[in-house]
Ligand binder design. Structure first.
Ligand code: CP
Length: 334
C-alpha cells in the first residue's frame, strides 16, 4: 500500500475558500460547501449539454485538445475513475491513469512529490481520490497556478462530483428542489457521498432532507446542518420523493461490533418493494454504488422502474465533462 500522507486538515486553509478565482470562476473543485446556487445551477446546465440518450453515441468534442488530465486514485474506484477517464477522452484530452500500486508511492514517495513529478510532465488537471482528509486541498495549495485539482473522493469528508451528479439526477427527474422530500439512508456517519449531497441539496433549497441510519452510524449533527437526523426509516420514508440508499463503509469503521448484522440492517433500513409503498408513488431510488444487494437495497428495487441508479452513472460522465471544461476554461483565462 502507498504511504498515507499525514496532514492535519485543521491546519489547512478552508477548501471552500480556495476553489474560485478572485473573479468567481471555478479553479478547483474541492467541496460543494460554499459554492453558490447560481454556480451549481450553471454546472448542472453545462452538464446537460454533455448528455445524449442511452443507445445513441456519446457527446464528443475537442474542447480539451492539447490538455492532459491525470487520474490519481489512491483508493479503489470503478464509477468515478472510469467516468473521469471517459469524460476527458470524449473532450479530446490526453489521459494519464497512474497505477498507484506500481508507482513510487509504494516506495514511500509522498503525494506531494508525486504531484510535483507529474506537474513537470505538464499535467493541466489532477483528479484525486485519497483516504486522507484534507489531501485535495493540500495539493491544491501547493500546485502551480496553471493547474486545477478536482476532488474525486476525500476520506469521509467530501465527494463533490458525486454530489453534483446526484443533483443533476434529481433535477432531471423532479425539475425543482423546493418541493421535494429527500431521504438518505445508510451509514451516514462515514459517508462522503451523504456530506456532499447535504451540502448540494441545502444550497439548492431542498424542501425536506432526512438522514436515516442505525444509531451507531449516525452523523455528527453539526456537520449536517439543514437535515433532520433519525433512526426510523418507516416513518421518514413516508411520502418521500427521492430515496438514496448508502452502503455501510466497513473500510472506515473501527469497531464493527457496533454495526447491525445483515438481516437486522435489511429489516430496518433496507429499501424493499414493501417499504417503497410508503414513499410517493413517483419516488425515485438512488444509490451511488457500489451496491450490496439484499443489504441496503433489494434487487427488485435496484433494477425496478423507480430506480435512477444507471441514470446516476450516465449523469456522472456528463458532470465530469462539464467540470473539466469549466476548470480548463478558468485556466485559459489566467
Ligand atoms: N460512487 C462512487 O464513488 O463509486 P466508485 O467508488 O466506484 O467510484
Amino acid at each position: 500500500m502507498p504511504v498515507t500522507d499525514s496532514i492535519d486538515p485543521s491546519d489547512q486553509p478552508d477548501p471552500a475558500q480556495m476553489q474560485l478565482t478572485p473573479d468567481g470562476n471555478l479553479r478547483h473543485l474541492l467541496t460543494l460547501r460554499g459554492l453558490e446556487k447560481n454556480l451549481l445551477s450553471q454546472l448542472l446546465d453545462l452538464s446537460e449539454d454533455f448528455l445524449s440518450p442511452l443507445g445513441e453515441s456519446a457527446v464528443r468534442s475537442d474542447q480539451l485538445k492539447g490538455r492532459t488530465i491525470a487520474n490519481l486514485f489512491f483508493e479503489p474506484s470503478t464509477r468515478t475513475r472510469a467516468s473521469f477517464e471517459l469524460a476527458a477522452k470524449r473532450l479530446g484530452a490526453e489521459v494519464l491513469n497512474l497505477d498507484v500500486n506500481t508507482s513510487s508511492r509504494i516506495k514511500g514517495e509522498s503525494i506531494l512529490d508525486t504531484i510535483y513529478t507529474l506537474q513537470a510532465m505538464q499535467i493541466d488537471v489532477f483528479v484525486v481520490r485519497d483516504a486522507g482528509a484534507g489531501i485535495p486541498a493540500y495539493i491544491a495549495r501547493h500546485v502551480d497556478p496553471y493547474i486545477s485539482i478536482l476532488n474525486a473522493g476525500e476520506a469521509d469528508v467530501s465527494h463533490p462530483t458525486q454530489g453534483l451528479l446526484d443533483l443533476l439526477t434529481i433535477r432531471r427527474h423532479k425539475s425543482d428542489f423546493e418541493n421535494l422530500k429527500v431521504v438518505i439512508v445508510g451509514d451516514i456517519a462515514h459517508s462522503r457521498v451523504a456530506r456532499s449531497a447535504v451540502e448540494g441539496l441545502t444550497t439548492m433549497g431542498v424542501g425536506e432532507l432526512h438522514l436515516v441510519s442505525p444509531p451507531a452510524l449516525a452523523p455528527d449533527p453539526v456537520t449536517m446542518r439543514g437535515a433532520t437526523i433519525s433512526h426510523d426509516l418507516d416513518k421518514s420514508i413516508c411520502d418521500a420523493d427521492v430515496i438514496m440508499a448508502l452502503r455501510i463503509q466497513r473500510e472506515r469503521i473501527d469497531n464493527l461490533q457496533d454495526v447491525p448484522n445483515v438481516e437486522d440492517y435489511f429489516s430496518n433500513y433496507g429499501i424493499s418493494r414493501a417499504r417503497m409503498q410508503r414513499a410517493a408513488p413517483d419516488a425515485i431510488v438512488m444509490h451511488p454504488g457500489p451496491m450490496n444487494r439484499g443489504i441496503e437495497i433489494e434487487s427488485e428495487v435496484a433494477d425496478g422502474p423507480q430506480s435512477a441508479i444507471t441514470r446516476q452513472v450516465q449523469n456522472g460522465v456528463a458532470v465530469r465533462m462539464a467540470l473539466l471544461t469549466a476548470v480548463v476554461e478558468t485556466l485559459g483565462t489566467r
